[in-house]
Design a protein around this ligand. Structure first.
Ligand code: MGD
Ligand code: MGD
Ligand code: SF4
Ligand code: MO
Length: 861
């Protein structure tokens, strides 16, 4: 088979992939060396895409009320219920909640259907939770949502400020590019993040800013640059509009920042005009997120560090097609193609679409949308390619809203998602490797995603499902697209409207692409090589300096800690796909609550124990990780775990629902919280082939080769007692109990002697290491005794926590390599192969080396 060139399913870096199909549902994945986003590199998630293309857990047929139905029946039901709802309650009783994981073609028809044909602005996207503040900041400053930086600029910059970005984990290929610039030209890296992340560990300077301290920091930096005479007065005069009193309004007090950190940062900024400020969720996901974006942009504008080689504010996108959604109008407060809701824009769009029911204004933004569902203003919601029951703030409220809603339609690729559980109608969509279309990455580059496999079961493309519903509503003429290429041509033609209004979004030269040309499309960038070099997208062509306010911090005596939430290196969002990969599950098997030692001591928490966390919105139970990487008073939890993967590890139900007043983006990074220890009467782990529902107070499951590894804990009472028989499958059991140590071990084999399950329970002892036992699952041998002991009779060197998932190299092996004299990441790679494939673990290895050096220095003193 010839390799097929496509784009990664995950983050907004938008790496090109060269995929060689090796079987019905198997594929070899390599980086596409010719793709300008990654030149052949891939991170751990992209590298292991092949482990997620199986059909396990897929939704393959349409369902109504849990029963399989024919497509015609399902589509009639969706269209019929929607029509009735519009008829009885008006178009605004209908809403679409979509996603940056749709392709541009899917997104385009969804927006067209809602805003032009249903006649409602109620279409919003999960990008509201992700990029909305950056979008709003761009619009305020530039007059258009355009990222004015290219990836090449990272190769030519001298200073990179990473604001609220764990780049080494969340945009690893960008991180490697920044590191390369450091190696080649001495680029300095500063991380501004309250946590000492793996990215921060590798920086030249880490500023552990207080939560939401960014506006104060950037205002003070701007004031400092003014004092030092580092402003570009000519650029300001020619290209910026400055509101009256702008300078006088700048507050240059440090608001809890250390003066020495600030001076170090100011020195770097003053001496490096080629500076890029890359910002992500620590900036966007804040009740002052738009102001944070503008504080960053103000500094770049006032120093003339924009629209020039190696300089600019760089909002990096999260999802693979967050940018495409922004282009076509996936946000409720944008019309389409970067246009707003003025009378003339509405009229132009209505004419272009031939729209019979043009909406009259913006619709509800995500958080308000679910409030409107909750109180009955919205009675029909169609959720596509997102899992709001997990990922929305105050997710308990969102679940309640979905439970109350008369019609919930969910289009997804997986059968069992937390949101899908609440659906009336479920529609099976094509997933990555099956769908076909385009995505736009963080640097405005449009690339093709191409199909590798034929559609499994009765799955259909999202665009087609939308067009089929539109046709049933009587709009077949406007939605009679024969394929994604036809939709792309219409979208490209429509962008001529954007250029009519002075916007840079202009793909109109692509409106005549033939199907073959669309098929062969090479990655290209819109907005030109150097956006804004010839002026901004405002009516006067100048950028706006925006006065920004320092957000008020809410304190709550009952909830003295501040909960921050974010991502793990090897998991993607709600784990519906990465959670299927045994390799990606190695890095973190459980959701960890990261706590500073002082807070842990005060609240009586132990490393590796369990803690209950409560916020004003909900509660959960997490495994405790005590770490100096947290600031005292602040805790961190990952966002990935769902009800499908664990009992009580959902961060979404804890997060506050307050939003930024301009962008409507939730302040996910800062929720008041309190902690208490949980002391279970017993702890256990279970290795087994099939998914089971453990029904014990605490459990958390992760993928292993051929099955699942589940951590369990419970109380001694009736509700929490362990019911071994309910957990284990039928088969030949061997069992040992060591009553003195409160330990019980059970293994189950099938008739052929193959291990199909193993359970280890303890009341107070240590449980054996998980890796060896997990690897025995499905093994046909007679070592029942060893299995029961939980280790091989001839002990193998214990790997320790896995650092390199590509080559399965553990911490202990890396330290052993250090003992034999390896002192660099390269040398460790040469000895153990760790870090030599995708490179995502290189920051972790570098951190281990640094910790050893520190120990040696301390020992020497
Ligand atoms: N591995 C992995 N990669 C991903 C994803 C994934 O799920 N997994 N998701 C993708 C998506 S959709 C997105 S949006 C991106 C997100 O990418 P990132 O934004 O890099 O990821 P997060 O972990 O959400 O948050 C980044 C950091 O913001 C910090 N932060 C919190 N509060 C503040 C603050 O007030 N100020 C500052 N300066 N920093 C703060 C947090 O401590 C955290 O380390 O990642 C993309 N890439
Ligand atoms: N507390 C907290 N919450 C957060 C964040 C945070 O930092 N903290 N970050 C927020 C951010 S930035 C984001 S982007 C969101 C992400 O949150 P979600 O969008 O809810 O997360 P995903 O797991 O990516 O959900 C995608 C869903 O679409 C399905 N899917 C995949 N491909 C396709 C397809 O082609 N078609 C269809 N129809 N379905 C598909 C998947 O199976 C999955 O169920 O979470 C947000 N929530
Ligand atoms: S950095 Fe990783 S997740 Fe992001 S696009 Fe590239 S390979 Fe995919
Ligand atoms: Mo995101």
């Amino acid at each position: 088979m010839e390799p097929i060139r496509t784009t990664c399913a995950y983050c907004g870096v938008g790496c090109g992939i060269s995929a060689t199909v090796t079987g019905e549902r198997s594929v070899d994945i390599a980086g596409d060396v010719s793709h300008p986003a990654n030149y052949g590199k891939l991170c751990s998630k992209g590298t292991h895409l092949g482990e997620t293309v199986g059909l396990d857990g897929r939704l393959l047929y349409p369902e109504i009320a849990g029963q399989r139905v024919a497509w015609d029946h399902a589509l009639d039901a969706v269209a019929g219920r929607m029509r009735d709802c519009i008829h009885e309650h008006g178009p605004d009783s209908v809403a679409l909640y979509v996603s940056g994981q749709l392709l541009t073609e899917d997104y385009y028809v969804a927006n067209k259907l809602a805003k032009g044909f249903i006649g409602t602005g109620n279409i919003d996207t999960n990008s509201r939770l992700c990029m909305a503040s950056a979008v709003a900041a761009h619009n305020r400053a530039f007059g258009e949502d355009v990222v004015p930086v290219n990836y090449d600029d990272l190769d030519e910059t001298d200073l990179v400020l990473l604001v609220g970005s764990n780049t080494a984990w969340c945009h690893p290929v960008i991180w490697q590019r920044i590191e390369q610039a450091r190696a080649e030209r001495g680029t300095k890296i500063v991380v501004i993040d309250p946590r000492r992340t793996e990215t921060a560990e590798q920086a030249d300077l880490h500023i552990a800013v207080p939560p939401d301290g960014d506006v104060a920091l950037f205002n003070a930096l701007l004031a400092e640059m003014m004092q030092r005479g580092e402003l570009d007065e000519a650029y300001i005069a020619d290209h910026c509009v400055k509101p009256e009193g702008f300078w006088e309004g700048l507050d240059n007090t440090l608001h809890g920042l250390s003066a020495s950190d600030f001076n170090a940062l100011a020195g770097l900024v003053a001496s490096h005009p080629r500076m890029i400020t890359l910002f992500s969720q620590g900036a966007n996901q804040s009740v002052g997120g738009t102001d944070k974006g503008n504080a960053i942009i103000n500094l770049h504008l006032a120093t003339g560090r924009i629209a020039r080689t190696g300089a600019g504010p760089f909002s990096i996108t999260g999802q693979p097609n967050a940018m495409g959604g922004r282009e076509v109008g996936g946000l409720a407060n944008m019309l389409a193609c970067h246009l707003g809701f003025s009378d003339s824009e509405l009229a132009d769009v209505a004419t272009f679409w031939g729209a019979p029911n043009m909406c009259s204004g913006p619709g509800h933004k995500a958080v308000d949308m679910f409030r409107a569902v909750h109180d009955g203003r919205i009675k029909f919601i169609w959720v596509m390619a997102t899992n709001p029951a997990v990922s929305m703030p105050d997710a308990g409220f969102v679940r309640e809203a979905l439970e109350r809603c008369p019609t919930v339609v969910v289009s997804d690729v997986m059968a069992d998602t937390d949101t899908g559980r609440l659906a009336d109608i479920r529609l099976p969509a094509l997933g990555w490797g099956e769908k076909d279309g385009t995505v736009t990455n963080s640097e405005r580059r449009v690339s093709r995603q191409r199909a590798l496999f034929s559609p499994p079961g009765e799955t259909r493309a999202d665009w087609r499902i939308i067009c089929d519903v539109a046709t049933r509503l009587g709009y077949g003429d406007a939605f009679g697209f024969t394929g994604p290429s036809a939709i792309f041509r219409e979208y490209a033609a429509m962008t001529a409207l954007a250029s009519k209004y002075g916007k840079l979004l202009d793909l109109s030269e692509h409106q005549t692409l033939s199907d073959n040309e669309y098929e062969a499309m090479e990655p290209f960038r819109w907005g030109g090589e150097r956006p804004f070099a010839e002026g901004f997208s405002t009516s006067h062509r100048k950028a706006q300096l925006v006065p920004v306010a320092i957000p008020k911090i809410c304190t709550d005596l009952e909830f003295p800690l501040r909960l921050n939430t974010g991502r793990y290196r090897d998991q993607w969002h709600t784990m519906t796909r990465t959670g299927l990969s045994p390799k990606l599950s190695l890095h973190r098997r459980e959701p960890l609550l990261e706590v500073h030692p002082d807070d842990a001591a005060r609240d009586g928490l132990e490393q590796g124990g369990l803690a209950e966390i409560a916020t004003p919105f909900g509660s959960g139970i997490f495994r405790v990780e005590v770490t100096e990487g947290q600031r005292a008073g602040e805790i961190f939890a990952p966002i990935h775990w769902t009800d499908a993967m664990g009992s009580l590890g959902r961060a979404g139900r804890l997060a506050k629902d307050a939003t930024d007043p301009v962008s409507g983006q939730p302040g996910f990074k800062d929720t008041p919280a309190r902690l208490a220890p949980v002391e279970p009467a017993w702890r256990a782990f279970l290795v087994q082939q099939d998914i089971i529902d453990p029904k014990v107070p605490y459990w958390s499951r992760s993928r292993i080769e051929g099955g699942w590894l589940t951590e369990l804990a419970g109380s001694a009472d009736k509700n929490g007692a362990i019911d071994v028989d309910a957990l284990l499958p039928a088969g030949h059991r061997s069992e040992v109990s060591d009553l003195a140590r409160g330990m019980r071990r059970v293994s189950v084999a099938d008739d052929a002697g193959t291990l199909i399950a193993a359970l280890y329970v303890t009341r107070f002892g240590e449980l054996p290491a998980r890796d060896w036992i997990s690897a025995q699952l499905g093994q046909a041998d007679s070592a029942a005794g060893e299995r029961l002991a939980g280790r091989p009779s001839t002990p193998l060197p214990e790997k320790g926590a896995i650092v390199c998932v590509c080559h399965g190299v553990g911490e202990n092996e890396i330290f052993a390599a250090c003992d034999t004299g390896a002192t660099s990441v390269e040398a460790i790679g040469a000895c153990t192969a760790a870090g030599t494939n995708c490179g995502s673990c290189r920051p972790a290895i570098a951190q281990m080396l640094a910790s050893l050096e520190l120990e040696l220095e301390e020992a020497a003193q």
